[in-house]
Design a protein around this ligand. Structure first.
Ligand SMILES: Nc1ncnc2c1ncn2[C@@H]1O[C@H](COP(=O)(O)OP(=O)(O)OP(=O)(O)O)[C@@H](O)[C@H]1O
Length: 226
């Protein structure tokens, strides 16, 4: 059973078609990189998987369960077991770094002690141990991205969606984060769908590259290495 399945999914914004009858299967543990020119539908595809957008037609299955169908979400985003790192998904500015990371764990009713331990592991992972009590507004762009990554991974999601998550980082930190993502993938075994314009990131992180063009899968490059 696939972890993510799209059956003839379409999505338009007003008259603009963002996703055009896409059928797609992503298997458990796969690391899929989405490529393609600006406006081809990459972010919309992630939003559909996450439940942040509804398909106009077609079905979306997550781990074999119908999560969305024409015009409605049958599973809310928080029911889908998905972690997200999107550029426009801001951190909560009134909360500390620790509280941001802890948020999903509270929602999942993880016990107090385990929560604190998990937050500690996550800040260490993204090398922000000294910033536990800082507010996001006092951090650099790159540091904020690392908090977002820690927040997304804290609940050990079965699917991790990332939309250009490393674009604000310098080369060295970007490399470290890519290694961390691969290590975590090995440890946790999540399914990754990753949007980037970087060939380096695609080559290192992807087990499969899918190129989108005008809301459709460009079949010439589906399955090819970056
Ligand atoms: N909320 C929205 N309202 C109206 N149109 C939208 C909305 N979101 C996306 N679109 C349109 O849908 C199409 C696909 O956009 P999308 O953001 O998915 O592309 P993308 O491949 O992620 O682009 P980029 O690489 O620039 O981030 C574009 O034509 C865009 O203008």
């Amino acid at each position: 059973m696939s972890m993510i399945e799209f059956r003839e999914v379409s999505k338009a914004y007003q008259s603009r078609v963002a996703i055009d009858a896409i059928s797609l299967k992503v298997e458990r543990g796969e690391r899929v990189v989405l490529f393609g020119p600006s406006g081809c539908g990459k972010s919309t595809l992630l939003h559909l998987i996450a439940g942040l957008a509804k398909p106009d037609s077609g079905d979306i299955l997550i781990d074999g369960e119908l999560a969305a169908t024409a015009g409605k979400n049958l599973q809310e985003p928080e029911q889908r077991g998905i972690g997200m790192v999107f550029q426009d998904l801001a951190l909560w500015s009134h909360m500390t770094v620790a509280e941001n990371i802890e948020f999903g764990l509270i929602a999942k009713r993880v016990a107090n002690r385990e929560r604190r331990q998990r937050v500690r592991e996550m800040v260490d992972l993204v090398r922000l141990g000294d910033y536990l009590n800082a507010r996001p507004g006092t951090l650099s762009g790159g540091e904020q991205q690392r908090v977002a990554l820690a927040r997304a991974l804290a609940t050990a999601p079965r699917i991790l969606l990332m939309d250009e998550p490393l674009s604000n980082l310098d080369d060295e930190l970007s490399l470290q984060m890519r290694q961390e993502i691969l290590r975590l993938h090995y440890d946790i075994g999540f399914t990754l769908v990753y949007v980037t314009h970087s060939h380096n990131e695609a080559k290192e992180l992807g087990t499969r590259t899918i190129r989108l063009r005008q809301g459709r899968i460009d079949s010439a490059s589906n399955g090819a290495a970056a």
